[in-house]
Design a protein around this ligand. Structure first.
Ligand code: FES
Ligand SMILES: [Fe+2]
Length: 384
């Protein structure tokens, strides 16, 4: 677990920084590392899989592929969230389709032999299995998975002994819990983009956490956030890792303006700020005065990541006359595509036999701390 001292070390970064090595090339390419990551990171602790609004009503369900395990979330009759492996307890069939979402009134039915399970995962129907077979349905429920919610985000934990969700969320050098004033639990998805990125998920995360690439890769972005011109992601004079937008900008768009109504009751300075924060392992959150956009990374193997990019707005704004989100979406979509292109280039390069490790200068220190967090999760010693 990250301590206060570690946190201070990330902040106290002025002159004492010395260059550190990046992860090894094989960490981005090898199947063996990927298998370890699946167990230790994706199945070993809390991971964000979406928003609770997607399973708002009893019977609503959502299927996700989490690092090769198909799982689903459902809201039960009492309104509680449940999560299970998408695996029939009869003979193992995957009974719901990938990325399916919908509503079942009472039960899920396996398409193979039509066994049915209720919203709490109990086996309730076994057609043609005779009563006198001494077969007790109670012995064959679906396999449950821990699920929790914070700020409207759904988190699942596939480990048999999950630690408290809040402990995981407040661990690490940065946390999404610093932004309660944005009342994210009230926000709703107004737009969704899905990107297929030809890069390891850690390259996507590392790219998110540095801005050394901003002047070259994002000429439009550095117009809106001047600090990014200098390759920095963190303005030491503002709190919560905020970055001030250019004078007069009140929205994260090409022009710095939008017609979207601003979020109510933020702190006065928030209306000119951009905040970005990362929650290990796969949630990258961007807060703006009128919109919240996050990336959710879903790795498909060592060389491919599906990135879901969702845009949150006030519910009363979505569908109303002022709902003109296009400038925000277009601006982020441009930045995203620029990023994915360089991520794919980076992936190709780190797979070369010429590459062992690279180097992190000071502006890359957040990547180093991400790597330290990664090493900790992987059971490797820290580089320090
Ligand atoms: S495998 Fe699901 S009902 Fe037989
Ligand atoms: Fe970028």
């Amino acid at each position: 677990m990250r301590t206060e001292k570690d946190r201070a070390a990330v902040r106290d970064d002025s002159l004492r920084w010395r260059p550190r090595p990046t992860l090894h090339g094989r960490d981005y390419t090898s199947e063996e590392v990927w298998e370890q990551e699946r167990e230790r990171i994706w199945f070993g602790d809390w991971v964000c899989i979406g928003r609770s609004e997607e399973v708002a009503a009893p019977g609503d369900y959502l299927v996700r592929d989490l690092a090769g395990e198909s799982i689903f979330v459902v809201r039960n009759r009492e309104g509680l969230l449940r999560c299970f492996y998408n695996v029939c307890s009869h003979r193992g069939t995957k009974f719901l389709d990938d990325d399916a979402r919908g509503n079942v009134r009472k039960a899920f039915r396996c398409p193979y032999h039509a066994w049915t399970f209720d919203l709490d995962g109990r086996l309730i129907g076994t057609p043609n299995v005779r009563e006198d077979e001494l077969f007790d349905r109670a012995d064959y429920p679906l396999s449950p998975i821990a699920i929790g919610e914070y700020a409207g985000f759904l988190f699942v934990n596939l480990s048999p002994e999950p630690r408290p969700l809040m402990e995981a969320l407040t661990d690490g050098a940065e946390s999404i819990t610093a932004f309660e004033r944005y009342r994210m639990e009230e926000l709703r998805i107004g737009h969704r983009l899905v990107y297929e990125v030809e890069a390891n998920w850690k390259i996507v995360v590392e790219n998110y956490n540095e801005c050394l690439h901003c002047p070259t890769v994002h000429p439009e972005l550095v117009q809106v956030v001047p600090l990014f011109r200098f390759g920095e992601v963190w303005d030491e004079r503002t709190r919560d890792d905020g970055n001030r937008m250019v004078e007069g900008a009140t929205s994260f768009t090409m022009t710095g303006r939008s017609e979207l109504p601003k979020f109510p009751d933020l702190d006065p300075e928030d209306y000119g700020m951009y905040y970005g924060t990362y929650e290990f392992p796969n949630l990258m959150l961007n807060l703006h005065p009128d919109c919240v956009m996050y990336y959710l990374a879903f790795p498909r193997g060592p060389r491919h990541t599906t990135v879901v990019s969702e845009y949150l707005f006030r519910p009363e704004v979505i569908g109303g006359p002022d709902f003109k989100p296009q400038p925000v979406i277009e601006f982020w979509d441009l930045i995203s595509r620029q990023d994915w292109e360089v991520c794919a280039r980076a992936q190709t390069g780190v797979g070369s036999r010429a590459f062992t490790t690279g180097v992190f200068p000071r502006q890359d220190r957040f990547l180093f701390w991400f790597n330290e967090e990664y090493r900790l999760a992987m059971g490797r010693p820290p580089v320090g």
